[in-house]
Design a protein around this ligand. Structure first.
Ligand code: FMN
Length: 369
């Protein structure tokens, strides 16, 4: 029976354990460039023993940033600062992942600690906000422009170019962000997609754009490396996207080369009532895994080592993604190992503080491109 600290192999990549640092926006970039903050923030979670550390939602185009301070990968100058972080993560024996994103109708908005809603142009906002349909997320959000077929082609190409840059930076896993009301999810959900062309209407049509992104990314992302897809399994709203649609999406995405589905929810309906509580989204990971046979990740209020271990042992998910628990404690994986009575390797520099007989970390071997 698999457990939290059992390695997992997807394609040619072996995850040292099942704990992933969930992508978390830091809203701390200028021109999309990661900085020392990101090195220390992501680096400490690798020192803490997570199996894979994901870089936050990283915009494939400047207009696809959520806020002016988002991370970006729309040009080659973004590669080296990201590569520096990847090298550090690999040196700690962890894998490095990056979430590729386009914010769609949630672009050009304030970072959380500056308020909410649209950012004025004078403060770095932009007006060319795009979406499948001209429907704003909320009253204080930008009114998006309906995308043309050319716009869609441009975004699909931008995702592929971003994946190529992620490869050049040395990442092991790319995750496509198709959740939380950002561009890809707004194509999927009937709440935000009212198109009457080949990209709207039926489920098949609403899946077309995200499927094109997956295909384009898979053309450049090597066979030997895994591709993850983060979805919102439900809009939590009558008439919206639901878990049955998610099962269909995963059935259709898996043959295109998606190796794991990271099962989140919500974010596309401002008024949705979401029953947040411990493990509240794990049911989606469990159902999608059972009904499609595709590996899944569980995320959302996973706090305790025993809870995380149970999710893996009971086959509800293959990986757990932790966000806030790892903000509170970057060493959560080392603590979890101790609590679960499992041995996990520590950095050589910290061995004198480790439980007796703890082994030393082995760096990940750098990949040849
Ligand atoms: C500070 C912060 C930033 C986040 N940024 C992202 C992001 O970039 N991409 C994403 O898919 N989810 C993002 N999320 C959501 C988390 O990845 C995660 O799904 C959510 O917080 C639930 O997990 P938790 O209960 O372990 O925090 C963010 C969450 C937090 C707290």
């Amino acid at each position: 029976m698999a457990h939290l600290f059992e390695p997992l192999t997807l394609r040619s990549i072996t995850f040292p354990n099942r704990i992933a640092v969930s992508p978390m926006c830091q809203y701390s970039c200028e021109d999309g460039l990661v900085s020392d903050w990101h090195l220390v923030h992501l680096g400490s979670r690798a020192v803490g023993g997570a199996g894979i550390v994901f870089v936050e939602a990283t915009a494939v185009l400047p207009q696809g940033r959520i806020s002016p301070q988002d991370t970006g990968i729309w040009s080659d100058v973004h590669i080296e600062p990201l590569a520096r972080i990847v090298r550090f993560i690999h040196d700690q024996g962890s894998l490095a992942g990056i979430q590729l994103a386009h914010a769609g109708r949630k672009a050009s908005t304030l970072r959380p600690w500056d308020g909410s809603g649209a950012v004025p142009e004078a403060e770095g906002g932009w007006t060319d906000v795009v979406a499948p349909s001209a429907l704003a997320f909320a009253d204080d959000y930008p009114m998006p422009r309906e995308m043309t077929a050319d716009d869609i082609g441009g975004v699909v190409a931008a995702f592929a170019n971003a994946a190529q840059r992620a490869l050049a930076a040395g990442f092991d896993v790319v995750e496509l962000h198709a959740a939380h009301g950002y561009l890809l999810q707004t194509f999927l959900s009937p709440l935000s997609n009212r198109r009457t062309d080949a990209y709207g209407g039926s489920l098949e049509n609403r899946m077309r754009m995200p499927r094109q992104v997956i295909e384009a990314v898979r053309r450049v992302w090597p066979e030997r490396l895994p591709l993850f897809l983060r979805i919102s399994a439900t809009d939590w709203t009558d008439g919206g996207w639901d878990v049955r649609d998610s099962v269909e999406l995963v059935r259709s995405a898996s043959p295109l080369g998606v190796d794991l589905v990271d099962c989140s929810s919500g974010g596309n309906a401002a008024a949705a009532g979401i029953p947040v509580g411990p493990g509240y989204q794990t049911v989606f990971a469990e159902r999608i895994r059972r009904e499609t046979g595709v590996p899944t990740g569980a995320v959302g209020v996973i706090l305790d080592p025993a809870q995380a271990d149970h999710i893996v042992r009971s086959g509800q998910a293959d990986v757990v993604f932790l966000a806030r628990a790892l903000l509170r404690d970057p060493y959560w994986p080392l603590r979890a190992a101790r609590e679960l009575g499992v041995s996990a390797p520590w950095p050589a520099q910290y061995l004198r503080a480790a439980p007796r007989e703890t082994s030393q970390r082995t760096p990940m071997r750098p990949r040849t491109p």
